[in-house]
Design a protein around this ligand. Structure first.
Ligand code: KDG
Ligand code: MG
Length: 402
């Protein structure tokens, strides 16, 4: 069996996606996601110029060997571009293997560990009142877990808050939107939001919050402490995690669970965090971290240290990643939760998929492979559109973390 073609498909049904399609001499094909929000064409070039030519003629059944070939063989290791390209190949190969076996991918991985995949939705509002309303809307839709992001009094644009629409799409302009940040305003406001959410909805729903890398370690410690009475499922990306040691300080001050990792690319980005039990949830997912092959290793390492998974699932991760992640989530023994930010109808039409939402859980479906396809004709009707993520500055203009 041989790989006969490797093609990169770029489409923008409301937002940009990069998809790799691997075809074989036996007619079976597989697809993988390679989207890197705001830097998409870098991965397109990496795949087209440097990876696709290496794949033609190779045996698609040798997933591990191909992974090692692309990782070790480049000499230059890690990074978001390289690891997304490897992930796209890896996920397409697992798709092919599962299709050849006539099995849904979760069966090939070891079978289901649970009946459904618990997901959290994204509620957001311009102010406290509308955020509470949005959380209520998600609970009415059946979600058992909801992330709440709100506009901050005195700040113009806050992370995670749409401009008048329920769904939030950050890569919203041909040049990066400039936002302003004020830590004191944020820290003064957020506990009142979660206090109101608990008053309104009681103790039952799981509530989550994304700090999006904005705080210093001691500020993150203060936030975690102030949110303890409201029993959050987690606070995410409390501080930038290049400095893994910083989490020791946060941990010493608070029992609020910590989640990190959506921008990590390999286990090495999270090794100290996991080994020292400085976090509770690891947010890496298939597209950002070298596919199923590497994510399995991360999850096994996390399992022996009591850390659970919480895969990133924003809309810039295509339905292909969502499908593959749901098979992974169905199998992985130390599953925590899966993020689920719904795609637009246009995106769902370009990527027909077998996964379904029901009563707070996603189900991967039982079709052979990862259950997600691409309608290439439809995809071709949506050409690539440059779009950047925003940037953030402090009130005095100093560049900050978005
Ligand atoms: O492309 C950036 C988004 O994926 C990110 O901002 C979303 O933080 C995010 C989340 O938790 O979904
Ligand atoms: Mg996040």
């Amino acid at each position: 069996m041989k790989i006969s073609a490797a093609r990169v498909i770029v489409t923008c049904p409301g937002r940009n996606f990069v998809t790799l399609k691997l075809e074989t001499d036996q007619g079976v094909y597989g697809i993988g996601d390679a989207t890197l929000n705001g830097r998409e064409l870098a991965v397109v070039a990496y795949l087209q110029e440097h990876v696709c030519p290496l794949l033609i003629g190779r045996d698609p059944r040798r997933i591990e060997d191909l992974w090692q070939y692309l990782y070790r063989g480049a000499y230059w290791r890690r990074g978001p571009v390289t690891m997304r390209a490897i992930a796209a190949v890896d996920v397409a190969l697992w798709d092919i293997k599962a299709k050849m076996a006539g099995m849904p991918l979760y069966d090939l991985l070891g079978g289901k560990s649970r009946e459904g995949v618990l997901v959290y939705g994204h509620a957001n509002g311009a102010d406290l009142g509308s955020t509470v309303e949005a959380v209520g809307h998600y609970l009415e839709m059946g979600y058992k877990a909801v992330r709440a992001q709100s506009g901050i009094p005195g700040l113009d644009l806050a992370y995670g808050v749409g401009r008048g629409v329920l769904h939030y799409e950050p890569a919203d302009a041909a040049m990066p939107t400039e936002t302003r940040w004020d830590t004191r305003k944020y820290l003064d406001f957020i506990p009142s939001l979660f206090e109101r959410l608990r008053e309104t909805f009681g103790a039952e729903p799981a509530l989550l919050h994304d700090v999006h890398h904005r705080l210093t370690p001691i500020e993150a410690a203060r936030l975690g402490k102030s949110l303890e009475p409201f029993d959050l499922f987690w606070i995410e990306d409390a501080t930038p995690a290049e400095n893994q040691d910083a989490f020791r300080l946060i941990r010493q001050h608070t029992t609020t669970p910590l989640a990190v990792g959506e921008i990590f690319n390999t286990l090495w980005d999270a090794k100290e965090l996991i080994a020292n039990q400085l976090i509770d949830y690891i947010r890496m997912t298939v597209v950002g971290s070298g596919g199923i092959t590497h994510l399995r290793r991360v999850a096994d390492f996390a399992a022996i240290h009591g850390v659970r998974t919480g895969c990133h699932g924003a809309t810039d991760l295509s339905p292909v990643t969502m499908g593959a992640a749901l098979h992974f989530d169905s199998w992985v023994p130390n599953f925590g939760i899966q993020e689920y930010m719904r795609h637009s109808e246009e995106t769902d039409a370009v990527f027909p998929h077998s996964y379904q939402f029901e009563d707070g859980y996603l189900h991967p479906g039982d079709t052979a492979g990862h259950g997600v396809d691409i309608d290439e004709e439809l995809a071709a009707r949506y050409p690539y559109k440059p779009a950047y993520l925003p940037v953030a500055r402090l009130q005095d203009g100093t560049m900050w973390n978005w």
